[in-house]
Design a protein around this ligand. Structure first.
Ligand SMILES: *Cc1c(COP(=O)(O)O)cnc(C)c1O
Length: 423
């Protein structure tokens, strides 16, 4: 029987246990210690590795945290976001980019994508900010572009817009760890850069994240917030609300082991993408999402394709016939049972039929992320839309791309896709 091919699964290098055993031997089973420091140093080296040689590589400080979501949360706090503020967020993203805005009692203002990278449209961002200032009389406090599926956003243009209004950028590079734009790693352009090491990301610490900070001083401030914001008295003295967001020394040990295979992982994701392009490149009605500009160098965390609305896929008549049990990312925990088989914004029937065909062939595929401006929980938030992300959501699918996906797997997946199309 065909083994199940998953989207992206953690893959251990074999070096992780060494660091974990050291932590036990030295009694560092706490949220600080040599692995945390070592992991941060590894990350700083990796992140500056993509810089042009004349750039100030040593300026940034990386702080390891308990999750990427925590990194978004602390970056927002450092940008001064509070109740009643607005934050410009790419609508085409996972909820972790925008939920922390809500944690702070602030409002995300969603900005749609441009069709090349599928990420934040810089021109629309510019107009949206001008409009927010006109409507509210106040400037948004931060801008969050997202490297969806690892694809670089148009960061040169986004930084221009940010400079024009003097608003800080928080790069959500949680999916784009190792991607670069014009030779520089994503996460190094904005005031802050968010990384994630969840179980399904480019590398894992079982769960974890990091914040790339603009200076040692800002890094220290983030670290202080992440460790309950303690004042230096012989007793607990608190003058600011803090968080328990530091990465543990055990998790960081896994991270150090993972760093030894990061380059290999990225190379493998890119190889899988190339193979999909080769095998599906001339299939009519099927289009792989590729690097759109010479400056863009995606890590291809997930490989994605779109299906032409007119393409017919076997089993279309059965699409959405049943209420689905379980949800995407079900491994992450409890999901609510779906109340209905359909919602008012969902992928086209041929896309759902393709997902079902792959599922029946033991391949995990997943629709593209549903834009935040179409999520019921964000119904009341302002949104500046051009139809790009909603349309992509209706036509797109994510395909398996992780280190466990072999060349034979990719050929098998491409065959399932081709054989599912009605000739
Ligand atoms: C995974 C992810 C995050 C958050 O990372 P966690 O470590 O899971 O908290 C943030 N933004 C995006 C776009 C992500 O995909």
């Amino acid at each position: 029987m065909q083994k199940r091919i998953l989207l992206c699964l953690a893959h251990m290098s074999g070096n992780e246990m060494k660091y974990i055993e050291e932590a036990f031997a030295d009694n560092w089973v706490v949220p600080l210690g040599p692995n945390v420091n070592g992991f941060e140093k590894d990350l700083e080296e990796f992140m500056s590795g993509g810089l042009p040689t004349d750039a100030p590589a040593d300026a940034k400080k990386v702080v390891a945290l308990s999750s990427g979501t925590a990194a978004v949360h602390l970056a927002l706090i450092a940008c001064g976001v509070g109740p009643g503020d607005e934050v410009m967020v790419q609508s085409f993203t996972f909820c972790a980019s925008s939920n922390p805005v809500r944690y702070l009692g602030a409002t995300p203002v969603f900005v749609d994508s441009e069709p090349q990278s599928w990420n934040m449209d810089p021109d629309l961002l510019d107009r949206a900010i001008a409009d927010r200032i006109a409507v509210t009389g106040r400037k948004p406090k931060a801008i969050i572009p997202v490297a969806l599926y690892g694809m670089p956003y148009r960061i040169d243009r986004i930084m221009e817009v940010a400079a024009k209004y003097d608003i800080p950028v928080i790069e959500d590079a949680a999916e784009g760890f190792g991607s670069s734009f014009a030779g520089r790693r994503l996460g190094m352009f904005g005031r802050f850069g968010v990384l994630s090491f969840n179980g399904n990301k480019m590398i894992t610490t079982s769960g974890g994240g990091a914040l790339v900070c603009p200076s040692a001083e800002e890094g220290k401030h983030i670290l202080w917030l992440a460790t309950q914001a303690r004042e230096s008295y012989p007793y607990y003295q608190h003058e600011t609300i803090g968080y328990n967001y530091r990465m543990s020394n055990i998790c960081a040990g896994i991270g150090r082991g993972q760093m030894t295979v990061l380059d290999e992982h990225i190379a493998h994701h890119r190889h899988v993408q190339e193979l999909y392009c080769e095998l599906l490149g001339d299939v009519e009605g099927v289009e792989m999402h590729r690097n759109p500009w010479p400056e863009a160098d995606s890590n291809f965390w997930l490989c994605t394709l779109t299906l032409a609305p007119g393409l017919h896929v076997k089993g279309e008549e059965r699409a959405y016939a049943q209420v689905v049990t379980g949800a995407v990312g079900g491994a992450a925990g409890v999901t609510h049972a779906a109340a209905t088989a359909q919602t008012d914004c969902q992928p086209n029937r041929n896309v759902e039929a393709m997902r079902m065909a792959l599922d029946e062939a033991n391949v995990e595929a997943r629709p593209l992320w549903k834009p935040m401006h179409r999520q019921p929980v964000y119904r009341d938030c302002p949104a500046y839309v051009n139809g790009v992300s909603e349309n992509l959501f209706k036509v797109g699918l994510c395909l398996p791309a992780g280190p466990f996906v072999t060349d034979d797997d990719v050929r098998y997946i491409a065959d399932v896709i081709k054989n599912s199309i009605v000739k």
